[in-house]
Design a protein around this ligand. Structure first.
Ligand SMILES: Cc1cc2nc3c(=O)[nH]c(=O)nc-3n(C[C@H](O)[C@H](O)[C@H](O)COP(=O)(O)OP(=O)(O)OC[C@H]3O[C@@H](n4cnc5c(N)ncnc54)[C@H](O)[C@@H]3O)c2cc1C
Length: 158
């Protein structure tokens, strides 16, 4: 048994709209920190479940219809593999591992921090090739970003 429950660190970056979370954090603890900035990500329906286990298992919850599974909002993790290696896994680094842990749970290593997001990178990825065109239209019709959504297209594109 590896007990990570004392690892309670949380850092919210309101500008990037991301949260850095250690694996002992539960959803009520993360929600309390993000809500101070009017931010949220998909979590479970019961507040005392863990952010790590739920996210690595996929994670269904209240915001899922709008923002996808908890694991869809994951940007990167630091993970210790069975051989004792500490790796970062993200879309660009060890991307096979990053794919596997988003649903494959604790099969591949111990995650010792998670970076979850509602950032422009994720919005850019969601809109794909249309993103630059949407930014130009946003800039034309809503240059002050009055309609700021969670999946926000920023008028400046960043
Ligand atoms: C009361 C209750 C309500 C629930 N509601 C929901 C819900 O609304 N939506 C939903 O999707 N699921 C829900 N679940 C299921 C829940 O997502 C899983 O039980 C999840 O594994 C809980 O994670 P944990 O971190 O709390 O548990 P833990 O017991 O700490 O972890 C469970 C397993 O997750 C893996 N794991 C946990 N942390 C790590 C880590 N840091 N690195 C690697 N592997 C890790 C391990 O395999 C571990 O054995 C619920 C469960 C309960 C008990």
């Amino acid at each position: 048994m590896i007990d990570l429950s004392l690892m309670k660190g949380i850092r919210v970056d309101p500008v990037r709209r991301t949260a850095w979370v250690e694996p002992g954090v539960t959803w009520n603890e993360l929600d309390r920190e993000t809500q101070a900035f009017g931010l949220a990500t998909t979590g479970g329906t019961v507040s005392h479940t863990g952010v790590a286990g739920l996210t690595l298992g996929g994670g269904i919850g209240w915001l899922m219809a709008k923002h996808g599974l908890a694991c869809d909002n994951l940007l990167s993790v630091d993970i210790v593999t069975a051989t004792g290696e500490l790796l970062k896994a993200s879309e660009t680094e060890n991307s096979d591992l990053f794919w596997a842990i988003r649903g494959g749970g604790g099969n591949f290593g111990i995650v010792n921090h998670l970076d979850a997001d509602d950032s422009q990178l994720r919005t850019r990825a969601a809109y794909g090739d249309n993103y630059e065109r949407l930014v130009a239209i946003k800039n034309k019709y809503d240059p002050t970003n009055f309609f700021r959504l969670n999946n926000n297209i920023a008028p400046t594109g960043d």
